[in-house]
Design a protein around this ligand. Structure first.
Ligand code: T4K
Length: 377
């Protein structure tokens, strides 16, 4: 039995504990624990500045934020979405009584393929819910053009896209709404948490009411809202995390570069997001939230065999996103879930492996991961 500590696919970036004490002392002192307290307010303001967005509404987690985003825009009927994501994306549709319509992904980016969206639109379609998978921006221009033509809403599941810039602006400014996750496994975390980004004060007001039971004041309730409020402890942790997030993303970038260089030329291995020199004007910037590789037929081991081999060496890589959402029992009988309609997503789900990437990953541990992959080739 090995005594080595496992190397996980990710580990949260923990700020110095002593620094958190000061935040805790303030919470103890003013006794505001939740319901839009001072740290909640401050985190919303600091995130707007940091991300370059107009308005943000904090949530308990990303899933409740997705549920509420659909409610906020009164989305009904059918929504076009990707089968290649974490299951929360389409669960948020089912929880709202909406029928997900799965459309295949682009072979390069593994994001919803805009060339296939129009064929899936019916009179019941009211919205598109794409995912910026692994933080890689969707083809937002093409998706925006289709949405305009057919008068559809666009809600981006941007759970992986904290700090990502696209064509000169935050990718979170795309579409009608964008939804973030601040789960422990994300680039920026608040233990659990999430947010909706929106462009106008009226929508923010509606979302803020929806996440607080629909309450307007002591005697007025205007909507069947839910409890999606972020607590002061989570907001305080977020404020502290925010101070280190740029350095954390830079550290991830160095690891991504090392993987890309070391795995270049390994037969059968394709890095999904090739490392590119950061753009000096930050017109485009990624966050290296995951490091997915595709294990193709030219590699001597299958993806599952490589996954198992790494595990034997205490390296816990993850098959994000396998199985496809469309194959789970609550979705698989939908006509759009038929595997032959989703060949690109199905192949990616069979080949993908996300390698460990997080700021505290030691170079020597990353080397072990790389050597194991290369030795086998
Ligand atoms: N949309 C998309 C596209 C998403 O990816 C997600 C969440 C959502 C929506 C919903 O957002 P949230 O409601 O979660 O805010 C994880 C996360 O639970 C989930 O947030 C995430 N996506 C998904 C991709 O991954 P698991 O079940 O794979 O996590 P788990 O517990 O196996 O953790 C992975 C590794 O991370 C562990 O092996 C060890 C490490 N870890 C994990 C935790 C929780 C730590 O080191 N510390 C920790 O506290 O789902």
């Amino acid at each position: 039995m090995s005594q080595r500590k496992p190397i996980y696919v990710t580990q949260p970036d923990m700020p110095p504990l002593e620094q958190f004490h000061a935040y805790l002392a303030q919470i103890w002192d003013n006794k505001m624990l939740t319901n839009g307290g001072p740290f909640h307010q401050q985190l919303e303001e600091e995130l707007c500045r940091h991300l370059g967005v107009e308005h943000i509404c904090l949530f308990t987690n990303g899933t409740l934020a997705l549920l509420t985003a659909l409610q906020a825009l009164r989305v009904t009927g059918e929504v076009i979405t990707t089968p290649y994501s974490f299951v929360a994306t389409s669960h948020s549709l089912l929880w709202n009584g909406i029928k997900p319509v799965f459309v295949d992904v682009d072979p390069d980016t593994l994001n919803l393929d805009p060339r296939r969206i129009e064929a899936a639109i019916t009179p019941q379609t009211t919205a598109i819910m794409p995912v910026h998978c692994y933080g890689q921006p969707c083809d937002t221009r093409a998706i925006g053009a289709i949405a305009d033509n057919y008068n559809l809403k666009v809600i981006y599941d941007a759970a992986h896209a904290f700090g990502v810039r696209h064509e000169g602006s935050s990718v979170l400014n795309q579409g009608d709404l964008s939804v973030l996750s601040f789960h422990a496994t994300k680039v920026f975390n608040t233990f659990e948490g999430g947010a909706i980004v929106c462009g106008d004060a009226r929508t923010k007001q509606r979302i803020d009411r929806l996440k607080n039971f629909g309450i307007v004041d002591e005697t007025t309730v205007v909507a069947p809202g839910i409890n999606g409020k972020m607590s002061e402890i989570n907001a305080a942790f977020g404020l502290l995390q925010l101070k280190g997030v740029d350095a954390a993303i830079a550290a991830r970038g160095r690891l991504a570069r090392a993987y890309t260089e070391a795995l270049a030329g390994v037969p059968g291995i394709r890095c999904v997001q090739p490392w590119t020199e950061p753009d000096a004007n930050a017109r485009d910037a990624t966050n290296f939230s995951y490091f997915p590789i595709l294990v193709g037929p030219d590699y001597p081991l299958s993806r599952d065999a490589l996954h198992a081999r790494l595990k034997e060496h205490d390296i816990v890589a993850r098959r994000y996103f396998y199985p496809l959402i469309s194959s789970f029992p609550m979705y698989r009988d939908l006509p759009s879930a038929a595997p032959d309609r989703l060949p690109v997503a199905a192949r990616a789900a069979e080949q993908v492996l996300c390698l460990p990437i997080f700021p505290a990953l030691a170079d020597s541990d990353q080397r072990r991961v790389i050597d194991l992959i290369r030795e086998t080739a």
